[in-house]
Each structure stands twice: as structure tokens, then as C-alpha cells.
Design a protein around this ligand. Structure first.
Ligand code: GLN
Length: 194
């Protein structure tokens, strides 16, 4: 059976996530068809969803104006998996303390935009992630700080701060798991054994 994966493609890193989902599917013996989502009506047919990084204010505005936002909320209410990364995590969170971001409340965390500094402060760090045997090389670019973890579970920390969290079917990362050849975070979010 082939799984339908959707990558929210209104703005941000789209093709890198599509590739990572295919690689993770192959690693877990799953065949996956990936669709880029720019309009409503596609999310309801998706088994799993990825919300990429980019610019959270733009992503948020377009998800609302295109009518995709309530479809993503219904996907999570149905218990289907979502991986939300960087700006995707900001939009998926309960609160980002920024009125330009219409938070979807998919996972119970509060985030602070750009708390790890500017573009020039981007860095890569090896992370110990719950569920992965070896450290994961995480790339941080204008990453959000997860300032309050509510009922979510912390999967990884950097410098004592949570940078990967899980709340039910939703995994959120401050970093960009699509920017390295290592697709284990996508595997964890979408194909981990029950
Ligand atoms: N700083 C961006 C924002 O607040 C997120 C950066 C990213 O996704 N790399 O939307």
C-alpha cells in the first residue's frame, strides 16, 4: 500500500522535505506519494503532513486565506501524523507571542521566534534524540525557542533548551531536518513503530 504524504508548499523549504519523506519511507519499507499543497481540498486525502520552515507570518497568512488551516487541524484531530519544522513549528504551536501568526494549536507548546539569533548565527549541532540510536546532525537557522512545553514531551534539547517535541501525532523541531541527508527525524515522525 502506498501512503499519501502532503508537504505544505505555500512558502518555504518544500522539495527538500519531499525528498526526505521519500528517503525515510524507503528506509522503513513504505512507498510514499508526495503532494505539494498550495490549496484546500488535498489535506483530507493525506495520511501524513509536513509543515516546512520558511517565514511563519507568510505561511500563517496563506494557510488561513487558502482555507488549508482548518484541514490541518482536522488531520491532527483524526490522529494522523504531522512533522512541523522551524517556521512550521511556530505556526503549529499554541502561542508564538506574535499577532501576525495565527497559531493552529496542533501541539501544546509556546515558542519565541528567532530566539537563537539571526541568519549569520546559524549553526549545526549533534543532538541526542529520544528514539534515535546515534546523534542527529541538526541545522538551526533563525530557529524558534520552545519556551513552554505544556503537555508535549521533549525529544531533544540543545544547551538545556528543548528543540524537538512531540504531542500525540505531532512532532515539532526548532531545527531543519530536511537540510541534511539524514532522514531519521522524518522516519521518527511518520514511520516509527508503534
Ligand atoms: N525565523 C523564521 C520565522 O520566524 C523561521 C526561520 C526558519 O524557518 N528557518 O518565521
Amino acid at each position: 500500500m502506498s501512503l499519501n504524504a502532503g508537504v505544505i508548499a505555500v512558502q518555504g523549504d518544500v522539495s527538500e522535505h519531499a525528498d526526505a519523506i521519500r528517503r525515510a519511507g524507503t528506509a522503513h519499507g513504505e512507498s510514499v506519494a508526495v503532494t505539494e499543497i498550495r490549496q484546500s481540498g488535498i489535506v483530507p486525502d493525506c495520511d501524513l503532513l509536513c509543515m516546512p520552515g520558511g517565514e511563519s507570518t507568510a505561511i500563517s497568512r496563506l494557510l488561513q486565506s487558502e482555507g488549508i488551516a482548518p484541514e490541518i487541524q482536522a488531520h491532527v484531530e483524526a490522529g494522523k501524523p504531522v512533522l512541523a519544522t522551524c517556521a512550521g513549528l511556530i505556526v503549529a504551536a499554541t502561542d508564538a507571542d506574535d499577532e501576525r501568526v495565527d497559531n493552529l494549536g496542533l501541539l501544546d507548546v509556546t515558542v519565541e521566534r528567532n530566539a537563537f539569533g539571526r541568519q549569520k548565527d546559524s549553526f549545526e549541532a549533534p543532538l541526542d534524540v529520544t528514539g534515535l540510536d546515534e546523534p542527529y546532525p541538526a541545522v538551526f537557522i533563525r530557529a524558534p525557542l520552545i519556551s513552554d512545553v505544556g503537555s508535549a514531551t521533549v525529544l531533544a534539547e540543545w544547551d538545556g533548551r528543548p528543540v524537538a517535541v512531540q504531542d500525540g501525532p505531532v512532532v515539532g523541531t526548532s531545527f531543519h531536518p530536511e537540510l541534511t541527508p539524514d532522514s531519521r527525524i522524518h522516519g521518527l515522525a511518520f514511520f516509527a513503530d508503534e
